[in-house]
Design a protein around this ligand. Structure first.
Ligand SMILES: Cc1ncc(COP(=O)(O)O)c(C=O)c1O
Length: 400
């Protein structure tokens, strides 16, 4: 099928939940994608922060092929070797002792919310059930995750939502101090907000949130679904300031493009889950676990965290320099290879113009360009995008 045919069939047979660009990709390798008409693109989206090790990394592909020939699925009625190998790696590389595996970010959040409520219920009773969340957060589209996603546009038309979710402005410590009470079982936040606009809190804020949680007996949950696995210049974003959560949600970059989520916690917190408390038929199945173990091994062996941090700093400096030519651009936001640049105009025309020139970028909140390249991106590739952005911004109305 050519692009026109794929689009026509998509419009006829797919639910209209996505606003899709008029392009269909058929092949990927490293930082590059090719569409159904054979055109090549440089990818600064990574399937929305998923392909941290690039497209079709040979070691991930080999692990999937090897596992697919051996065993695809058995369920969690039994032990699964690739799953325990992955859980051990995560325990050795994070604050956590134990992992629960699922299939997406929203599911990892659901598991985190259920664990926090159960942990509080078994210790203090059901009145301690509230979850304090942040304005502009994004945690996913299932009902629990959506109830924690404090952006009206995502919640509209789906009420009533799950009760017990309280919202405070992000990066506002006095508001948090007022909101966390003896009814609070957990505070949930992204260490850097992704879909909410690439918002980095002030230094010291996360440590203060940790202190408030400790003082009031609430658990701290970090949603590292977008920030985790090297995206922000450290393996997990919480490492930057050394503030450890009690529970962490992962997904996106975990399995190199194969759907997988994980909810991690320290032993004494995870102990609130006992056989039957929570489950997932597919969670941590042999195929996804083998892909994930290969992915985290690549991140480690190829030093992608360090590389991403270095190229991220180069990229951020290049974006800042664009501000000298286009003074109406906002300051560059983010860390590592999760970067945002606010335009004074709608961002969609810039995204389209970049794509027409062979560069994939993304726009959130209407006017914030978001850049999430694979961690193995090279400085010359960043330079090529910066040149493209310069051309595109020159042609766009309202930028000078
Ligand atoms: C921070 C964060 N949490 C949760 C999610 C939801 O993940 P999923 O789409 O895999 O359910 C996302 C997805 O963009 C995310 O960025």
């Amino acid at each position: 099928m050519d692009t026109q045919e794929i689009m026509a069939r998509g419009q006829a047979f797919l639910a209209g939940t996505y606003g899709r660009a008029p392009v269909a990709f058929t092949r990927g390798a490293g930082t590059r994608l090719w569409d159904s008409d054979g055109r090549e693109y440089l990818d600064f989206v990574s399937g929305i922060a998923v392909c941290n090790v690039g497209h079709c990394h040979p070691k991930v592909v080999a692990a999937i092929q090897e596992q697919a020939q051996r065993l695809l699925h058995v369920s969690n009625l039994y032990y699964i070797e690739p799953q325990v190998r992955l859980a051990r790696w995560l325990a050795e590389h994070s604050f956590a002792d134990k992992s629960f595996f699922c299939n997406s970010g929203a599911e990892a959040i659901e598991a985190a919310l259920k664990l926090a409520r159960r942990h509080a219920a078994t210790r203090c009773g059901p009145q301690r059930h509230e979850v304090v969340c942040m304005e502009n957060s994004f945690h996913g589209r299932t009902f629990g995750a959506l109830s924690a996603t404090m952006q009206p546009k995502y919640q509209e038309g789906f009420q009533p939502l799950v009760p017990g979710f309280v919202s405070v402005p992000f990066n506002d410590l006095p508001a948090l101090e007022r909101a966390v009470t003896e009814r609070t079982c957990a505070v949930l936040l992204e260490p850097i907000q992704g879909a909410g606009g690439v918002n980095v809190p002030d230094r010291g804020y996360l440590a203060a949130v940790r202190r408030v949680c400790d003082e009031r007996g609430a658990l701290l949950i970090f949603d590292e679904i977008q920030t985790g696995l090297g995206r922000t210049g450290t393996l997990f974003a919480y490492e930057d300031e050394g503030v450890e959560p009690d529970i962490m949600a992962l997904a996106k970059g975990l399995a190199g493009g194969v759907p997988m989520g994980a909810m991690l916690a320290r032993d004494e917190v995870m102990a609130a889950f006992t056989p039957g408390s929570h489950a997932s038929t597919f969670g941590g199945n042999p195929l996804a676990s083998a892909a994930a173990f290969a992915t985290v091994s690549v991140i480690e062996e190829e030093h992608l965290v360090e590389h991403g941090r270095k190229v991220g700093a180069y990229f951020a400096a290049g974006l800042e320099r664009l501000g000298e030519y286009f003074p109406r651009l906002g300051r560059v936001r983010g860390r590592g290879l999760l970067l945002g640049l606010e335009l004074p105009v709608e961002g969609a025309p810039a995204v389209d113009a970049c794509r027409q020139r062979g560069f994939l970028i993304n726009c959130i909140k209407g006017s914030v360009l978001r850049f999430l390249p694979p961690l193995l991106i090279q400085e010359q590739e960043v330079e090529a995008l910066l040149t493209c952005l310069h051309e595109v911004f020159t042609e766009l109305d309202g930028l000078r």
